[in-house]
Design a protein around this ligand. Structure first.
Ligand SMILES: *Cc1c(COP(=O)(O)O)cnc(C)c1O
Length: 226
């Protein structure tokens, strides 16, 4: 099932669009299947869960483990940053200078630069994470001053709902992305625009996404609501 779904999605994605398999609550075996079917990037929301699943994948299949690129797509807490920077190749959800400074501090120790995306709260929802649209450029400019944090683009969730209702928010995020890109800020590389999930990735791609994050569309329905 996973194999067929991955192959179908990959065959439909434009060549310049990256697939992130959103794997929260999924086990090592499911992730291995997805990677064998062609998935390159795994997205995870929780640091502890990732630690467990990475260990298990390595035990079962070291070759697959070496191949996976890990993106953090959940909400990162300060006290998890130290672990997270050792486990992830990109953090898609930076939404404050505080969390970025913590990443900077921890990465400085390891002398490694962490690629990040700035998460945009494109629908200005109170209870959601992310930076409000009008604050994105200001944050990007502050992050540009950090040495071990490298801004590589923007990410947004958008509101829940029909994909057509999300189009507006994707379009808005794209506009911010292009505007910041056009400013040519030093140490900022506006390359990735991560938007769209199982029910909205087609619309997101139409609106300029080049990373889509798909969970249920690959692994099926989650048994636990997260
Ligand atoms: C779970 C999740 C997804 C994938 O959602 P699906 O509806 O299962 O495709 C994408 N992005 C983030 C941040 C997620 O937490």
């Amino acid at each position: 099932m996973i194999k067929e779904r991955v192959k179908k999605i990959l065959s439909q994605l434009p060549a310049d669009v990256e697939l992130v398999a959103a794997a929260k609550t999924r086990g090592a075996q499911e992730i291995i299947e997805a990677v064998k079917a062609g998935v390159r990037i795994i997205g995870e929301n929780y640091v502890q869960e990732t630690e467990r699943v990475q260990r298990e994948i390595r035990e079962r299949n070291p070759e697959i483990a070496d191949r996976i690129v890990w993106h953090f797509i959940g909400h990162l807490q300060t006290n998890k940053v130290k672990k997270a920077i050792e486990m992830f190749d990109m953090i898609e959800t930076v939404d404050s200078l505080e969390i970025a400074r913590e990443i900077e501090k921890r990465c400085a120790h390891l002398k490694r630069v962490m690629p990040i995306l700035v998460e945009v709260n494109s629908a200005r929802e109170r209870q959601k994470f992310g930076v409000f649209p009008e604050k994105v450029e200001e944050l990007v400019r502050r992050l540009a001053e950090l040495r071990y944090v490298k801004v590589m683009g923007l990410m947004t969730m958008g509101p829940q709902g029909e994909s057509e209702e999300m189009r507006l928010y994707f379009r808005d995020t794209r506009r911010i992305f292009e505007r910041i890109k056009s400013k040519g800020i030093r140490n900022v590389e506006m390359r990735y625009l991560s938007m769209g999930m199982s029910n909205s990735y087609r619309v997101a791609i139409e609106e300029g996404a080049n990373i889509v994050r798909i969970g249920t569309g690959i692994f099926g329905e989650r048994s636990t609501a997260l």
